[in-house]
Design a protein around this ligand. Structure first.
Ligand SMILES: Nc1ncnc2c1ncn2[C@@H]1O[C@H](COP(=O)(O)OP(=O)(O)OP(=O)(O)O)[C@@H](O)[C@H]1O
Ligand SMILES: [Mg+2]
Length: 252
């Protein structure tokens, strides 16, 4: 069931499960995501994270349980940028507005705004093949932001990037969220990235995904220095231990 929710929560999940035939992917998940918060979902490969994120975005529905989503647009960012090669960056970013029937002048202005948010305004007339991997990923974030979403869902967006670019984009994404304060939910395999970006890390068991830990990250400013702060290390260890314990439990 999908219904509106009150303004305090962007998402409110009660006993959400999802089965695909004989395969249970998500089991009995209770999770309230406050509006304007940043949540990271981590868990072993194949445990059901993408399935959960798709349900959060309304791309799939729970088999049982209830999922309430606040009013407002949702933006998606996937692992690959999925840009159309024959369109310029501006035209790619404006695509969701074009599909929504927004007039050309407004489309252009809003797409340029979204590109400016990710520091790509100067590259608006380039084609995807003329961009680096990091620039393509930023363009994909701009396209997700162009509809001014209340909720931004990111599924391992930086997994394919080199370390240096990924680090840069983590800093940029966190800064963007601090400025814009949409509700963000990210799936990532990197525990340090989860702790750096989010104010809360939710750890899942091996399939079917059940919540095994829900950890508040340190309330410290996110800049270069936070990456080497012992508080980040301690939080990464707590989340990793919870995941390893769940893996050991499942294999017994
Ligand atoms: N549409 C579908 N039909 C059948 N099975 C599916 C479908 N979508 C997902 N599954 C199964 O559900 C389980 C969880 O998949 P999901 O993609 O959610 O995992 P994940 O945690 O995102 O994995 P990864 O970390 O590798 O991205 C897997 O066993 C997968 O095969
Ligand atoms: Mg996945």
């Amino acid at each position: 069931m999908t219904t509106g929710t009150d303004h305090a929560f962007a998402l409110d999940l009660h006993a959400v499960s999802r089965v695909f035939g004989a395969v249970a992917a998500v089991e009995d998940v209770d999770l309230a995501v406050p509006a304007r918060s940043f949540t990271a979902l981590v868990g072993p490969s194949g445990c059901g994270k993408t399935t959960l994120l798709r349900m959060m975005g309304g791309l799939d529905a729970p088999s049982s349980g209830s999922l309430a989503r606040a009013e407002g647009a949702t933006g998606f960012c996937f692992q690959e940028p999925r840009l159309l090669p024959w369109r310029t960056l501006l035209e790619n970013v404006a695509l969701p507005l074009e599909l929504a029937g927004v007039a050309a002048t407004e489309r252009r202005a809003r797409a340029l705004d979204a590109l400016a948010l990710v520091r790509l305004a100067d590259a608006s007339s380039r084609f995807p093949h003329q961009l680096s991997g990091g620039m393509k990923m930023r363009a994909s974030i701009a396209r997700a932001l162009v509809s001014r979403p209340r909720l931004l869902l990111l599924d391992e967006p930086f997994g394919a990037l080199d370390e240096v670019t990924r680090h840069e984009l983590d800093l940029e994404l966190r800064a963007l969220w601090e400025r814009e304060r949409f509700t963000a939910v990210i799936v990532t395999h990197s525990m340090p990235e989860a702790v750096f970006l989010a104010d809360r890390v939710v750890v899942f068991s091996p399939r079917p995904a059940r919540i095994v830990a829900d950890i508040a990250t340190p309330a410290l400013p996110r800049g270069e220095r936070f990456w080497t702060d012992p508080a980040l290390g301690a939080c990464v260890r707590e989340a990793s231990d919870a995941m390893l314990a769940a893996i050991a439990e499942a294999s017994r």
